[in-house]
Design a protein around this ligand. Structure first.
Ligand SMILES: [Zn+2]
Length: 126
């Protein structure tokens, strides 16, 4: 392989990497944290990397079991009357939320960078 060819390949690789990084940042949906809200307040915050099941038990007897598995989150069990939260299936990115309306429970995902950081980035690009 000629030295010039090697440089071209390296440049192409770097360009691809840069493009990948930019797309990751601009999407802002690469989730790393699972957040559970109850009636608008943060009940718990857990890393997505840890596979586990969390049982949310409320005073009125409502129970929700949230499972984290293979980078996805889903409602495994719930004793709500509609069962819609279970039917919402697996959530893999921050664009989606799982809502259990009868229990006022919201499960969502957060990325590494908070939303305020993204607005700073916009300023730099301009
Ligand atoms: Zn439900």
């Amino acid at each position: 392989m000629k030295k010039k060819d090697a440089i071209i390949i390296l440049a192409a690789l770097l360009a691809a990497l840069a493009l990948y990084l930019v797309s990751q940042i601009s999407l802002g949906t690469k989730a790393s944290t699972v957040v559970v809200l109850q009636d608008g307040e943060v009940l718990m915050r857990r890393p997505l990397a840890i596979e586990d099941e969390y049982e949310i038990r409320q005073e009125d007897g409502s129970v929700n079991v949230i499972a984290v598995e293979g980078g996805a989150v889903y409602m495994k069990e719930a004793n709500c009357r509609d069962g819609l939260c279970i039917r919402q299936g697996k959530m893999k990115n921050a664009a989606k939320t799982i809502v259990c309306l009868p229990h006022k429970l919201v499960v969502q995902m957060e990325g590494d960078a908070p939303a305020s950081d993204n607005s700073d980035l916009d300023v730099i690009i301009q």
